[in-house]
Design a protein around this ligand. Structure first.
Ligand SMILES: *[C@@H]1O[C@H](CO)[C@@H](O)[C@H](O)[C@H]1NC(C)=O
Ligand SMILES: *[C@@H]1O[C@H](CO)[C@@H](O)[C@H](O)[C@H]1NC(C)=O
Ligand SMILES: *[C@@H]1O[C@H](CO)[C@@H](O)[C@H](O)[C@H]1NC(C)=O
Length: 348
């Protein structure tokens, strides 16, 4: 009894630090309810992809989106000489901090020519930041995480299980490929593309506080119970696969981010590294994407849920976290890096 009472006393003392709970701010729901909360981008791809982003009506009429499975795919039946039809959607809402939990049944597979991404982007790039949660190109087998910022934001190589690629988040950092930003690579083949899909998908959880940005990946078989029950508590999830923390004032570099899903083709990343990839034997990236529609049947997202939580304090008191319902315009800027760098989004 004495032991128990001491223990509960200790737990009491620790509670304020460990258990300030996250509360649900936005549940994007499923089917058309999900799509209702996004805007369909129809401009030319800012990353120079060989793609034609279509509006919602077109996407619905041509089967590029479907309520069933909250499906977002690409045209996989027609030869597409002017760029393959696809969708790029941006959340109407923008966010300052929070816990973003995406449960996917499927993501675009590891297919030559493709470049899918799930990411968060602020206005006036790169001054308000960019967080790339899921991204890869061609037949890549593991996921890559990245931040893109203005000057004076670097990260430590500690506190995460992934592999550090680059530590300076500034898009024009000396000694890094143009627009590389700071990048971390997953080491699990279940984290991306075909490996992710054959494991039944999984959950990506991104915790953005005033101290750091942590990302966890959980394959379908390893999703924490508190996520499934809607009471997520990152302090119990163990080491994140990616931790972005270091000499970086998170509050000043990340503001008003919107959630984006897209699938593009070739362009500034998939196209630029095509020649050094195993895809090179298939001809040029554009010809391959234009002429082989059936190859892109697996190039789809299927969302089980997307929920945004706020108000939590997993390890430190934090400033106000508010979701401003301001739909800001933004562009993912193309870059010019010829190198197989992770990212290359550049201001015009
Ligand atoms: C989101 O913005 C689009 C316009 O881009 C609009 O059609 C849609 O109704 C908006 N959704 C909500 C929930 O306001
Ligand atoms: C990480 O970065 C912070 C802030 O720059 C620094 O104080 C700390 O010593 C670093 N930690 C490690 C393990 O490098
Ligand atoms: C949060 O915002 C409110 C109202 O704007 C303000 O009064 C309060 O001081 C803020 N709290 C923190 C921790 O910044």
């Amino acid at each position: 009894m004495q032991v128990l009472s001491t223990l509960s006393h200790l737990l009491c003392l620790w509670a304020p630090f460990a258990t300030a709970a996250y509360t649900l701010k936005d549940d994007y729901g499923t089917g058309f309810t999900f799509f209702d909360q996004f805007s369909f981008f129809t401009g030319a791809d800012p990353t120079n992809g060989f793609v034609k982003y279509v509006d919602r009506g077109t996407a619905q009429n041509t089967g590029l989106i479907s309520a069933e499975g909250t499906y977002m795919g690409v045209d996989h039946t027609n030869v597409a000489g002017d760029g393959r039809p696809s969708v790029r959607i941006t959340s109407n809402k923008s966010y300052n901090q929070g816990l973003f939990i995406l449960d996917l049944a499927h993501m675009p597979g590891s297919v030559c020519g493709t470049w899918p991404a799930f990411w968060l982007l602020g206005p006036d790039w790169p001054n308000n930041g960019e967080i790339d949660v899921i991204e890869g190109v061609n037949d890549q087998s593991v996921n890559q995480f990245a931040l893109h910022t203005s000057d004076s934001c670097t990260i430590n190589n500690s506190g995460f299980s992934g592999q550090l690629l680059t530590s300076n988040c500034y898009v024009k950092a000396a000694g890094q490929a143009n627009n590389a930003g700071c990048g971390i690579k997953d080491t699990s083949a279940q984290s991306y593309g075909n490996g992710f899909n054959s494991a039944g998908g999984g959950v990506y959880a991104t915790e953005w506080t005033d101290q750091k940005i942590d990302i966890w990946f959980f394959p379908r078989s390893g999703i924490p119970g508190d996520i499934s029950s809607g009471n997520p508590n990152p302090s119990g999830w163990g080491t994140p696969v990616a931790r972005f923390q270091g000499a970086c004032n998170i509050n000043s570099h990340f503001k008003g981010l919107q959630i984006i899903f897209d699938t593009t083709f070739c362009g500034d990343w998939a196209g630029n590294v095509w020649g050094q990839s195993s895809c090179a034997s298939k001809g040029t990236c554009r010809d391959f994407v234009a002429n082989n529609p059936a190859e892109f049947k697996e190039s789809y997202w299927s969302v089980n849920s997307l929920k945004v939580y706020q108000g939590g304090t997993s390890n430190a008191p934090k400033a106000n976290a508010t979701a401003a319902a301001t739909a800001t315009t933004h562009e993912k800027k193309p870059g010019t890096s010829p190198r197989p760098s992770f990212l290359r989004y550049r201001r015009k």
